[in-house]
Design a protein around this ligand. Structure first.
Ligand code: OAD
Ligand code: ZN
Length: 245
């Protein structure tokens, strides 16, 4: 089993401002399917048919049925050791921020406080017309597609779809923290979806050390300081020993 290099452990221990950037891979061992790779969600369900504004306009019920299914899948799922260790690490550092591409809410469920959700959250809905937005944890949803209680227009999941820009403030905050951290841990992302994939490069360009944790090689593997071929939970178990024992 591959070990975490001592220099990488030292960098993690000595960091003042640590940013953790996560993708679908961190939730894989909790049972949430990843998008790409084996058993990728997109292989069974074509995203362009479902996760786009055009698809929603054409058939909101179908898109909601798919989200309803995904919400049902995620609802009973628990954070794993990687989510939990990250939540505990927050207390060790003067500044510690999680930036996630995941919409499953598992970082917060694990207890992380400072979480930037780049692609939104599957447990929030928003109105397609007015400013109405609320948390909604109903599984399964009673009404499909759900309607806005304020104006009766269609509600949609508060997530970012293909072809949609990220929320400007959310992205600016993520860039700011990437520019000002001294260590970035990148866990479980294929690093192909922009702009999230640029954040490790931004951190690196500003002088931060970057550690990648992914069983597969990604486009950023060659530019990071350490690219560790480990699964998220395996990495977390090893790191816990160094940080807490
Ligand atoms: P992907 O599905 O593209 O990539 C998942 C990555 O996790 C792959 O590189 C796997 O090798 C890795 N992986 C798998 N199992 C792992 C494990 N146990 N531990 C660590 N890594 C593991 O997911 P993302 O990079 O998150 O966007 O995808 C980015 C975005 O693409 C998503 O947020 C979503 C999708 O389109 C939106 O919905 C807007
Ligand atoms: Zn409304």
């Amino acid at each position: 089993m591959k070990e975490i290099p001592e220099e990488a452990i030292k960098a993690i221990k000595e960091a003042n401002k640590l940013v953790v950037l996560t993708g679908a891979g961190i939730s894989a061992e909790s049972g949430v399917p990843t998008f790409r790779g084996k058993n990728g969600l997109w292989k069974r369900f074509r995203p362009e048919e479902l996760a786009t504004p055009t698809a929603f306009k054409k058939d909101p019920k179908l898109v909601w049925e798919w989200y309803n299914w995904r919400r049902g899948l995620i609802a009973p799922i628990e954070p794993n050791e990687a989510h939990r260790l990250i939540a505990e690490m927050e207390k060790l550092y003067p500044e510690f921020i999680v930036i996630t591409q995941n919409i499953d809410g598992l970082h917060k469920k694990a207890g992380s406080k400072k979480v930037i959700e780049l692609h939104g959250n599957i447990w929030r809905v928003k109105c397609t017309k007015c400013k109405f937005k609320e948390e909604n944890r109903q599984v399964p949803l009673k009404e499909l597609p759900p309607k806005c209680p304020k104006c009766q227009s269609l509600l949609r999941p508060d997530v970012v779809w293909f072809g949609e820009p990220l929320d400007k403030e959310v992205l600016e905050e993520a860039i700011f923290h990437s520019e000002t951290c001294d260590l970035m841990l990148v866990i479980g992302t294929s690093a192909v979806v922009q702009p999230a994939a640029s954040l490790p490069l931004i951190a690196k360009n500003k002088g931060a050390k970057v550690i990648e944790v992914n069983p597969e090689i990604t486009p950023i593997s060659a530019i990071v300081d350490w690219s560790l071929r480990l699964k998220a939970v395996e990495f977390a178990q090893k790191l816990r020993e160094h940080l807490f024992s």
